[in-house]
Design a protein. Structure first.
Length: 451
Protein backbone atom coordinates (compact mmCIF):
# COMPACT_ATOMS: atom_id res chain seq x y z
CA UNK A 1 0.00 0.00 0.00
CA UNK A 2 1.40 3.39 -0.99
CA UNK A 3 1.89 6.28 1.42
CA UNK A 4 -0.83 8.24 -0.41
CA UNK A 5 -3.26 5.35 -0.06
CA UNK A 6 -2.37 4.98 3.60
CA UNK A 7 -2.98 8.70 4.12
CA UNK A 8 -6.33 8.54 2.33
CA UNK A 9 -7.30 5.46 4.33
CA UNK A 10 -6.32 7.16 7.58
CA UNK A 11 -8.33 10.29 6.72
CA UNK A 12 -11.34 8.17 5.77
CA UNK A 13 -11.17 6.33 9.09
CA UNK A 14 -10.87 9.61 10.98
CA UNK A 15 -13.94 10.97 9.22
CA UNK A 16 -15.93 7.81 10.00
CA UNK A 17 -14.82 8.02 13.62
CA UNK A 18 -15.93 11.66 13.81
CA UNK A 19 -19.33 11.02 12.28
CA UNK A 20 -20.01 7.86 14.25
CA UNK A 21 -19.05 9.58 17.51
CA UNK A 22 -21.17 12.63 16.74
CA UNK A 23 -24.27 10.79 15.54
CA UNK A 24 -23.99 8.09 18.18
CA UNK A 25 -23.75 10.70 20.92
CA UNK A 26 -26.60 12.74 19.43
CA UNK A 27 -28.85 9.68 19.32
CA UNK A 28 -27.99 8.59 22.84
CA UNK A 29 -28.68 12.08 24.16
CA UNK A 30 -31.86 12.20 22.08
CA UNK A 31 -33.08 9.20 24.06
CA UNK A 32 -31.81 10.54 27.37
CA UNK A 33 -33.24 14.07 26.93
CA UNK A 34 -36.51 12.88 25.38
CA UNK A 35 -37.13 11.22 28.72
CA UNK A 36 -36.59 14.57 30.46
CA UNK A 37 -39.32 16.23 28.39
CA UNK A 38 -41.67 13.30 28.87
CA UNK A 39 -41.03 13.19 32.63
CA UNK A 40 -42.50 16.68 32.95
CA UNK A 41 -45.31 16.53 30.38
CA UNK A 42 -46.42 12.91 29.98
CA UNK A 43 -45.31 10.38 32.59
CA UNK A 44 -47.20 11.94 35.53
CA UNK A 45 -50.45 11.20 33.68
CA UNK A 46 -49.51 7.77 32.31
CA UNK A 47 -47.46 6.03 35.00
CA UNK A 48 -48.53 7.56 38.32
CA UNK A 49 -51.97 7.35 39.93
CA UNK A 50 -51.38 10.26 42.30
CA UNK A 51 -52.41 13.83 42.91
CA UNK A 52 -51.15 15.82 39.86
CA UNK A 53 -48.56 17.80 41.83
CA UNK A 54 -47.28 14.69 43.61
CA UNK A 55 -47.28 12.73 40.35
CA UNK A 56 -45.10 15.39 38.74
CA UNK A 57 -42.64 15.26 41.62
CA UNK A 58 -42.55 11.46 41.46
CA UNK A 59 -41.99 11.55 37.71
CA UNK A 60 -39.15 14.05 38.04
CA UNK A 61 -37.71 11.78 40.75
CA UNK A 62 -37.35 9.03 38.15
CA UNK A 63 -35.42 11.57 36.05
CA UNK A 64 -32.83 11.78 38.83
CA UNK A 65 -32.38 8.00 38.77
CA UNK A 66 -30.64 8.31 35.43
CA UNK A 67 -28.09 10.73 36.83
CA UNK A 68 -27.41 8.51 39.83
CA UNK A 69 -26.64 5.63 37.45
CA UNK A 70 -24.20 7.62 35.30
CA UNK A 71 -21.16 7.29 37.61
CA UNK A 72 -21.79 3.54 37.79
CA UNK A 73 -21.77 3.41 34.00
CA UNK A 74 -18.57 5.43 33.95
CA UNK A 75 -16.87 2.91 36.24
CA UNK A 76 -18.10 -0.16 34.34
CA UNK A 77 -17.53 1.05 30.79
CA UNK A 78 -14.31 2.79 31.75
CA UNK A 79 -12.90 -0.44 33.18
CA UNK A 80 -13.76 -2.63 30.21
CA UNK A 81 -13.07 0.13 27.68
CA UNK A 82 -9.50 0.19 28.97
CA UNK A 83 -9.28 -3.60 29.11
CA UNK A 84 -10.96 -4.87 25.94
CA UNK A 85 -11.46 -1.80 23.75
CA UNK A 86 -13.32 1.47 23.20
CA UNK A 87 -15.37 0.29 20.24
CA UNK A 88 -16.87 -2.77 21.96
CA UNK A 89 -18.08 -0.71 24.89
CA UNK A 90 -19.56 1.94 22.62
CA UNK A 91 -21.53 -0.68 20.73
CA UNK A 92 -22.89 -1.91 24.06
CA UNK A 93 -23.91 1.59 25.21
CA UNK A 94 -25.86 2.05 21.98
CA UNK A 95 -27.67 -1.28 22.34
CA UNK A 96 -28.57 -0.58 25.97
CA UNK A 97 -29.87 2.90 25.25
CA UNK A 98 -31.84 1.82 22.20
CA UNK A 99 -33.48 -1.16 23.92
CA UNK A 100 -34.35 0.90 27.02
CA UNK A 101 -35.96 3.68 24.98
CA UNK A 102 -37.87 1.27 22.76
CA UNK A 103 -39.25 -0.57 25.80
CA UNK A 104 -40.36 2.75 27.29
CA UNK A 105 -42.36 3.30 24.13
CA UNK A 106 -44.28 0.04 24.60
CA UNK A 107 -44.45 0.08 28.41
CA UNK A 108 -48.04 -0.44 29.68
CA UNK A 109 -49.55 2.35 31.74
CA UNK A 110 -50.41 2.35 35.44
CA UNK A 111 -54.03 1.70 34.54
CA UNK A 112 -52.98 -1.51 32.79
CA UNK A 113 -50.40 -3.08 35.13
CA UNK A 114 -50.47 -0.97 38.30
CA UNK A 115 -47.35 -0.33 40.35
CA UNK A 116 -45.26 -2.43 37.93
CA UNK A 117 -45.51 0.45 35.44
CA UNK A 118 -43.56 3.10 37.39
CA UNK A 119 -41.14 0.48 38.73
CA UNK A 120 -40.39 -0.67 35.19
CA UNK A 121 -39.99 2.93 34.11
CA UNK A 122 -37.42 3.55 36.85
CA UNK A 123 -35.51 0.41 35.89
CA UNK A 124 -35.35 1.48 32.25
CA UNK A 125 -34.27 4.97 33.24
CA UNK A 126 -31.42 3.49 35.28
CA UNK A 127 -30.34 1.51 32.21
CA UNK A 128 -30.37 4.75 30.20
CA UNK A 129 -28.22 6.56 32.76
CA UNK A 130 -25.85 3.61 32.98
CA UNK A 131 -25.34 3.68 29.20
CA UNK A 132 -24.84 7.46 29.03
CA UNK A 133 -22.25 7.17 31.81
CA UNK A 134 -20.02 5.24 29.43
CA UNK A 135 -21.01 6.93 26.18
CA UNK A 136 -19.41 10.35 26.62
CA UNK A 137 -15.86 9.22 27.39
CA UNK A 138 -15.93 6.32 24.96
CA UNK A 139 -17.25 8.34 22.03
CA UNK A 140 -14.77 11.10 22.82
CA UNK A 141 -11.87 8.64 22.76
CA UNK A 142 -13.09 6.94 19.58
CA UNK A 143 -12.87 10.30 17.83
CA UNK A 144 -9.90 11.83 19.68
CA UNK A 145 -7.58 8.81 19.46
CA UNK A 146 -8.17 8.56 15.71
CA UNK A 147 -7.28 12.25 15.28
CA UNK A 148 -3.88 13.78 14.73
CA UNK A 149 -2.21 15.82 17.46
CA UNK A 150 -3.14 19.13 15.85
CA UNK A 151 -6.87 18.38 15.68
CA UNK A 152 -7.51 16.53 18.95
CA UNK A 153 -9.59 19.37 20.39
CA UNK A 154 -11.94 19.48 17.42
CA UNK A 155 -12.23 15.69 17.23
CA UNK A 156 -13.01 15.38 20.94
CA UNK A 157 -15.52 18.25 20.85
CA UNK A 158 -17.72 16.49 18.30
CA UNK A 159 -19.23 14.42 21.10
CA UNK A 160 -20.02 17.61 23.00
CA UNK A 161 -21.99 18.81 19.98
CA UNK A 162 -24.04 15.62 20.18
CA UNK A 163 -25.79 16.73 23.38
CA UNK A 164 -27.46 19.89 21.97
CA UNK A 165 -28.15 17.99 18.76
CA UNK A 166 -29.97 15.34 20.77
CA UNK A 167 -31.92 18.05 22.60
CA UNK A 168 -33.03 19.61 19.31
CA UNK A 169 -33.98 16.22 17.84
CA UNK A 170 -35.96 15.27 20.95
CA UNK A 171 -37.91 18.53 20.91
CA UNK A 172 -38.61 18.35 17.17
CA UNK A 173 -39.68 14.70 17.37
CA UNK A 174 -42.18 15.39 20.14
CA UNK A 175 -43.65 18.67 18.88
CA UNK A 176 -45.88 17.27 16.07
CA UNK A 177 -47.44 14.74 18.42
CA UNK A 178 -47.90 17.31 21.18
CA UNK A 179 -50.24 19.15 18.79
CA UNK A 180 -52.65 16.16 18.84
CA UNK A 181 -55.67 16.01 21.11
CA UNK A 182 -54.68 15.37 24.73
CA UNK A 183 -56.30 11.93 24.81
CA UNK A 184 -54.56 10.76 21.63
CA UNK A 185 -51.25 12.24 22.74
CA UNK A 186 -51.34 10.55 26.15
CA UNK A 187 -52.67 7.25 24.79
CA UNK A 188 -50.21 6.67 21.96
CA UNK A 189 -48.79 9.84 20.38
CA UNK A 190 -45.97 10.29 22.90
CA UNK A 191 -44.79 6.72 22.27
CA UNK A 192 -43.79 7.28 18.64
CA UNK A 193 -40.63 9.35 19.33
CA UNK A 194 -39.46 6.64 21.76
CA UNK A 195 -40.08 3.90 19.20
CA UNK A 196 -38.28 6.00 16.59
CA UNK A 197 -35.10 5.66 18.64
CA UNK A 198 -34.79 2.03 17.48
CA UNK A 199 -34.38 3.26 13.89
CA UNK A 200 -31.92 5.97 14.92
CA UNK A 201 -29.84 3.54 16.98
CA UNK A 202 -29.72 1.21 13.97
CA UNK A 203 -28.07 4.00 11.95
CA UNK A 204 -25.55 4.66 14.73
CA UNK A 205 -24.72 0.96 15.06
CA UNK A 206 -24.08 0.72 11.32
CA UNK A 207 -21.70 3.70 11.46
CA UNK A 208 -19.80 2.51 14.53
CA UNK A 209 -19.31 -0.97 13.14
CA UNK A 210 -17.41 0.57 10.23
CA UNK A 211 -14.87 2.25 12.53
CA UNK A 212 -11.69 0.47 13.59
CA UNK A 213 -10.49 0.29 17.17
CA UNK A 214 -8.49 3.40 18.09
CA UNK A 215 -4.76 3.52 17.27
CA UNK A 216 -3.86 4.20 20.91
CA UNK A 217 -5.65 1.11 22.15
CA UNK A 218 -4.21 -1.04 19.35
CA UNK A 219 -0.71 0.23 20.16
CA UNK A 220 -1.32 -0.50 23.81
CA UNK A 221 -2.37 -4.06 23.03
CA UNK A 222 0.70 -4.59 20.88
CA UNK A 223 3.21 -2.95 23.21
CA UNK A 224 5.74 -4.94 25.16
CA UNK A 225 4.21 -3.69 28.40
CA UNK A 226 0.83 -5.34 27.89
CA UNK A 227 1.56 -7.95 30.59
CA UNK A 228 1.89 -5.14 33.11
CA UNK A 229 -1.31 -3.33 32.16
CA UNK A 230 -3.32 -2.34 35.24
CA UNK A 231 -5.83 -5.00 36.27
CA UNK A 232 -8.15 -2.43 37.82
CA UNK A 233 -7.82 0.81 35.81
CA UNK A 234 -9.99 2.75 38.27
CA UNK A 235 -7.58 2.01 41.12
CA UNK A 236 -4.70 3.29 39.03
CA UNK A 237 -6.64 6.47 38.22
CA UNK A 238 -7.05 7.37 41.88
CA UNK A 239 -3.61 6.15 43.01
CA UNK A 240 -1.51 7.60 40.19
CA UNK A 241 -3.62 10.54 38.98
CA UNK A 242 -5.32 12.05 42.05
CA UNK A 243 -4.22 15.59 41.17
CA UNK A 244 -5.42 15.21 37.59
CA UNK A 245 -8.83 13.92 38.72
CA UNK A 246 -9.28 16.73 41.25
CA UNK A 247 -8.10 19.32 38.75
CA UNK A 248 -10.45 17.96 36.10
CA UNK A 249 -13.47 17.90 38.41
CA UNK A 250 -12.90 21.46 39.66
CA UNK A 251 -12.11 22.76 36.19
CA UNK A 252 -15.37 21.34 34.84
CA UNK A 253 -17.70 22.75 37.53
CA UNK A 254 -18.67 26.02 35.85
CA UNK A 255 -18.95 24.44 32.41
CA UNK A 256 -21.26 21.62 33.48
CA UNK A 257 -23.33 23.82 35.79
CA UNK A 258 -24.16 26.25 32.98
CA UNK A 259 -25.85 23.61 30.83
CA UNK A 260 -28.23 22.43 33.55
CA UNK A 261 -28.87 25.92 34.92
CA UNK A 262 -29.90 27.06 31.45
CA UNK A 263 -32.14 24.07 30.74
CA UNK A 264 -33.85 24.06 34.13
CA UNK A 265 -33.42 27.06 36.43
CA UNK A 266 -33.26 29.78 33.77
CA UNK A 267 -36.21 28.32 31.87
CA UNK A 268 -38.33 28.43 35.01
CA UNK A 269 -36.93 31.88 35.94
CA UNK A 270 -37.87 33.23 32.50
CA UNK A 271 -41.43 31.96 32.92
CA UNK A 272 -42.09 32.73 36.59
CA UNK A 273 -40.13 35.99 36.94
CA UNK A 274 -39.53 37.16 33.38
CA UNK A 275 -43.17 36.70 32.42
CA UNK A 276 -42.46 34.75 29.23
CA UNK A 277 -44.79 32.10 27.83
CA UNK A 278 -43.65 28.48 28.18
CA UNK A 279 -43.84 27.85 24.42
CA UNK A 280 -41.83 31.00 23.73
CA UNK A 281 -39.09 30.00 26.19
CA UNK A 282 -38.79 26.45 24.86
CA UNK A 283 -38.83 27.64 21.26
CA UNK A 284 -36.04 30.16 21.83
CA UNK A 285 -34.02 27.60 23.81
CA UNK A 286 -34.30 25.14 20.92
CA UNK A 287 -33.15 27.81 18.48
CA UNK A 288 -30.14 28.58 20.68
CA UNK A 289 -29.33 24.85 20.96
CA UNK A 290 -28.91 24.78 17.18
CA UNK A 291 -26.32 27.55 17.50
CA UNK A 292 -24.71 25.68 20.39
CA UNK A 293 -24.06 22.67 18.12
CA UNK A 294 -21.63 24.79 16.09
CA UNK A 295 -19.98 26.94 18.76
CA UNK A 296 -18.67 23.90 20.66
CA UNK A 297 -16.41 22.68 17.81
CA UNK A 298 -15.57 26.28 16.84
CA UNK A 299 -14.03 27.01 20.23
CA UNK A 300 -12.41 23.57 20.23
CA UNK A 301 -10.68 24.39 16.94
CA UNK A 302 -9.49 27.65 18.50
CA UNK A 303 -8.02 25.63 21.39
CA UNK A 304 -6.14 23.47 18.86
CA UNK A 305 -4.34 26.62 17.72
CA UNK A 306 -3.80 28.70 20.87
CA UNK A 307 -4.21 26.14 23.67
CA UNK A 308 -6.94 24.71 25.90
CA UNK A 309 -6.26 27.00 28.86
CA UNK A 310 -6.74 30.43 27.22
CA UNK A 311 -10.07 29.42 25.68
CA UNK A 312 -11.43 27.78 28.83
CA UNK A 313 -10.24 30.66 31.01
CA UNK A 314 -12.03 33.06 28.68
CA UNK A 315 -15.22 31.07 29.29
CA UNK A 316 -14.82 31.21 33.06
CA UNK A 317 -14.18 34.97 32.97
CA UNK A 318 -17.14 35.47 30.63
CA UNK A 319 -19.32 33.56 33.08
CA UNK A 320 -18.29 35.85 35.93
CA UNK A 321 -18.79 39.00 33.86
CA UNK A 322 -22.05 38.10 32.13
CA UNK A 323 -24.16 36.22 34.67
CA UNK A 324 -25.86 39.36 36.04
CA UNK A 325 -26.48 40.87 32.59
CA UNK A 326 -28.01 37.52 31.64
CA UNK A 327 -30.52 37.73 34.51
CA UNK A 328 -31.33 41.31 33.53
CA UNK A 329 -32.00 40.26 29.93
CA UNK A 330 -34.23 37.39 31.07
CA UNK A 331 -36.40 39.72 33.14
CA UNK A 332 -36.55 42.42 30.43
CA UNK A 333 -39.71 40.73 29.17
CA UNK A 334 -39.15 40.75 25.39
CA UNK A 335 -38.24 37.72 23.23
CA UNK A 336 -35.10 39.28 21.72
CA UNK A 337 -33.59 39.94 25.16
CA UNK A 338 -34.36 36.37 26.21
CA UNK A 339 -32.80 35.03 23.01
CA UNK A 340 -29.62 37.02 23.69
CA UNK A 341 -29.56 35.79 27.30
CA UNK A 342 -29.79 32.13 26.24
CA UNK A 343 -27.17 32.73 23.53
CA UNK A 344 -24.75 34.11 26.12
CA UNK A 345 -25.34 31.09 28.37
CA UNK A 346 -24.70 27.99 26.29
CA UNK A 347 -23.29 28.98 22.89
CA UNK A 348 -20.85 31.47 24.43
CA UNK A 349 -20.04 30.73 28.10
CA UNK A 350 -20.48 26.97 27.94
CA UNK A 351 -19.10 26.80 24.41
CA UNK A 352 -15.82 28.44 25.43
CA UNK A 353 -15.32 25.97 28.27
CA UNK A 354 -17.16 22.98 26.80
CA UNK A 355 -15.45 23.08 23.41
CA UNK A 356 -11.95 22.24 24.69
CA UNK A 357 -12.97 20.32 27.83
CA UNK A 358 -13.14 16.86 26.26
CA UNK A 359 -9.59 17.02 24.94
CA UNK A 360 -8.41 18.83 28.10
CA UNK A 361 -9.63 15.92 30.23
CA UNK A 362 -8.47 13.18 27.85
CA UNK A 363 -4.96 14.58 27.63
CA UNK A 364 -4.52 14.17 31.39
CA UNK A 365 -4.47 10.34 31.30
CA UNK A 366 -2.41 7.59 29.68
CA UNK A 367 -4.11 5.32 27.15
CA UNK A 368 -4.26 2.27 29.39
CA UNK A 369 -6.54 4.04 31.89
CA UNK A 370 -7.79 6.96 29.78
CA UNK A 371 -11.36 5.70 29.39
CA UNK A 372 -11.71 5.21 33.16
CA UNK A 373 -9.97 8.48 33.98
CA UNK A 374 -12.07 10.58 31.62
CA UNK A 375 -15.37 8.91 32.42
CA UNK A 376 -15.01 9.03 36.20
CA UNK A 377 -13.65 12.59 36.28
CA UNK A 378 -16.41 13.89 34.01
CA UNK A 379 -19.20 12.06 35.82
CA UNK A 380 -18.01 13.16 39.27
CA UNK A 381 -18.00 16.74 38.02
CA UNK A 382 -21.39 16.24 36.41
CA UNK A 383 -22.92 14.78 39.56
CA UNK A 384 -21.46 17.45 41.86
CA UNK A 385 -22.13 20.41 39.60
CA UNK A 386 -24.82 19.62 37.04
CA UNK A 387 -26.75 17.45 39.46
CA UNK A 388 -26.98 19.95 42.31
CA UNK A 389 -26.62 23.38 40.67
CA UNK A 390 -30.33 23.77 39.76
CA UNK A 391 -31.41 22.73 43.26
CA UNK A 392 -28.96 25.13 44.92
CA UNK A 393 -29.91 27.96 42.54
CA UNK A 394 -33.63 27.44 43.21
CA UNK A 395 -33.04 27.50 46.97
CA UNK A 396 -30.92 30.66 46.68
CA UNK A 397 -33.68 32.32 44.66
CA UNK A 398 -36.15 31.65 47.48
CA UNK A 399 -33.71 33.34 49.85
CA UNK A 400 -33.97 36.37 47.61
CA UNK A 401 -37.73 36.46 47.84
CA UNK A 402 -38.39 34.37 44.74
CA UNK A 403 -37.42 37.09 42.25
CA UNK A 404 -34.01 38.48 43.18
CA UNK A 405 -31.31 36.31 41.56
CA UNK A 406 -28.36 38.09 43.17
CA UNK A 407 -27.39 35.10 45.31
CA UNK A 408 -27.67 32.80 42.29
CA UNK A 409 -25.31 35.06 40.38
CA UNK A 410 -22.82 35.04 43.25
CA UNK A 411 -23.07 31.25 43.38
CA UNK A 412 -22.24 30.90 39.68
CA UNK A 413 -19.42 33.43 39.94
CA UNK A 414 -17.94 31.29 42.72
CA UNK A 415 -18.12 28.20 40.48
CA UNK A 416 -16.41 30.12 37.67
CA UNK A 417 -13.68 31.30 40.04
CA UNK A 418 -13.02 27.74 41.24
CA UNK A 419 -12.87 26.45 37.66
CA UNK A 420 -10.65 29.34 36.57
CA UNK A 421 -8.10 28.59 39.29
CA UNK A 422 -8.11 24.88 38.41
CA UNK A 423 -7.66 25.61 34.71
CA UNK A 424 -4.95 28.18 35.41
CA UNK A 425 -2.89 25.68 37.41
CA UNK A 426 -3.39 22.80 34.98
CA UNK A 427 -0.72 21.79 32.46
CA UNK A 428 -1.20 23.08 28.93
CA UNK A 429 -1.67 19.95 26.85
CA UNK A 430 -2.75 20.88 23.34
CA UNK A 431 0.67 20.05 21.86
CA UNK A 432 1.73 17.23 24.19
CA UNK A 433 2.32 13.65 23.11
CA UNK A 434 -0.25 11.39 24.72
CA UNK A 435 1.12 8.82 27.16
CA UNK A 436 0.52 5.22 26.14
CA UNK A 437 1.08 3.54 29.50
CA UNK A 438 0.63 4.68 33.07
CA UNK A 439 4.00 5.68 34.46
CA UNK A 440 3.32 9.17 35.80
CA UNK A 441 5.40 8.87 38.97
CA UNK A 442 8.50 7.05 37.71
CA UNK A 443 11.87 7.49 39.43
CA UNK A 444 14.20 9.87 37.64
CA UNK A 445 15.96 8.37 34.67
CA UNK A 446 13.03 6.22 33.49
CA UNK A 447 10.81 7.26 30.63
CA UNK A 448 7.18 7.00 29.68
CA UNK A 449 5.95 5.41 26.50
CA UNK A 450 4.24 8.10 24.47
CA UNK A 451 2.48 8.57 21.20
Amino acid sequence: MTEATETASTKSMRHRALWSSYLGSAIEYYDFLLYGIAAALIFPHVFFALDPAVATLASLGTLAAGYVARPLGAIFFGHYGDKIGRKKMLMLTLYLMGVASFLMGVLPSYAQIGIAAPLSLIALRIVQGFAVGGEWAGATLLSMEHAGKRSRGFAASIVGSGAPTGAVLATLALMPFAAMSEDAFLNWGWRVPFLLSAFLVGIAVYLRRSVDETPDFVALQESSTRETKPKIPLFVVFSSYPREVLNGVLGALACLAMTTLTATFMVNYAISVGGHERSEVLGLLTLVNVLHIFTIPTFAILSDHIGRKPVMLAGAVAGMALIFPIFSLITAGDPLSLLIAFALCNPLIHGLMGGPISAWLGEKFAADIRYSGMAVTFQIGSTVSAGFAPLIATWLLTQGGGEDATLVGVFYIALCAISAVAILFSTESFRKKLDLTTTPRLPSGEKQTSR
